[in-house]
Design a protein around this ligand. Structure first.
Ligand SMILES: C[S@@+](CC[C@H](N)C(=O)[O-])C[C@H]1O[C@@H](n2cnc3c(N)ncnc32)[C@H](O)[C@@H]1O
Length: 245
């Protein structure tokens, strides 16, 4: 952190903010790494293509924090390798990072479809995918996730053995219902951001629509015997769901 960044961090900072900055400098002074840094250092690195997407997204795209990132990307890749899906469906592409991570585990001849509603990202996504050796196995669909999933169903495209939900947080319940018929019993659904930076249990966010959407999703899963699920406290919360009925 240079002095300019320090000044920026101090702007509008409350007591706890100052404490965090103070602790940050203490840990740097003592040369102590954070657990996050340790985990990242001891996790297999992302490939050069993914590294370039991360860099490019941070330089050119608004809200770059939405990208899954190194450790979560490796988790997605690992889960996909464990499942070896023939077909993957992703809701919420952003710049293509997670799609490329998930595609790494596709079975021989397998394909991934990813849906993104922001058409301003289309060129970036296509460029990022095109640079990957997996490009011919990934299809981007621009449009609203629920609408496009319903269209896929009407066109007879079915059976996704792995689905990654990572689009509009207010719509997670609708996404679950939309993809349910497309996942075979025994298939998996992953849902990102299900702890929402801790807001999920913070009464200060009781009126925040995204928090309410995610709470409704977590509560729905808890009550719904069609699924088994576990929330991993990874990054912003990643829920692993298995369709059992
Ligand atoms: C958190 S980002 C996805 C990050 C990406 N999966 C990754 O890990 O790199 C969420 C994305 O969902 C898209 N999105 C939001 N609402 C959507 C909708 N209704 N249908 C499709 N995509 C949507 C946003 O434009 C954004 O690009």
């Amino acid at each position: 952190m240079n002095s300019k960044t320090f000044k920026f961090c101090c702007k509008d900072t409350d007591f706890f903010g100052y404490m965090q900055i103070f602790l940050y400098f203490c840990s740097k002074f003592c040369n102590k790494m954070t657990l996050e840094e340790y985990i990242s250092l001891h996790t297999s690195p992302e490939n050069e293509g993914l590294e370039a997407i991360t860099r490019d997204t941070h330089v050119h795209i608004l809200n770059p924090h939405m990208l899954s990132g190194h450790v979560q990307g490796r988790v997605l890749s690992m889960l996909s390798h464990m499942i070896r899906p023939k077909r993957i469906l992703e809701l919420g592409t952003f710049t293509g990072y997670s799609a490329l991570c998930l595609a790494e585990g596709l079975a021989e001849g397998g394909r991934l479809i990813t849906i993104e509603h922001n058409d301003e990202l289309e060129e970036t996504i296509q460029r990022n995918i095109a640079k990957s050796p997996l490009s011919n196995r990934i299809e981007l669909i621009i449009g609203d996730a629920v609408e496009r999933v319903n269209e896929l169903r009407n066109e007879g495209v079915n059976e996704f053995d792995l689905v990654f939900i990572d689009a509009d947080k207010r719509e997670y319940c609708a996404y679950l219902e939309a993809v349910y018929p497309l996942v075979p019993v025994g298939g998996f659904i992953l849902a990102d951001n299900t702890l929402w930076d801790g807001h999920i249990i913070d009464p200060a966010y009781d009126k925040d629509k995204q928090t309410l959407g995610l709470r409704a999703f977590n509560d729905k899963l808890k009550e719904d015997d069609r699924f088994e699920q576990v929330i991993l406290p990874l990054r912003d919360g990643l829920t692993l769901i298995r369709k059992v009925k």
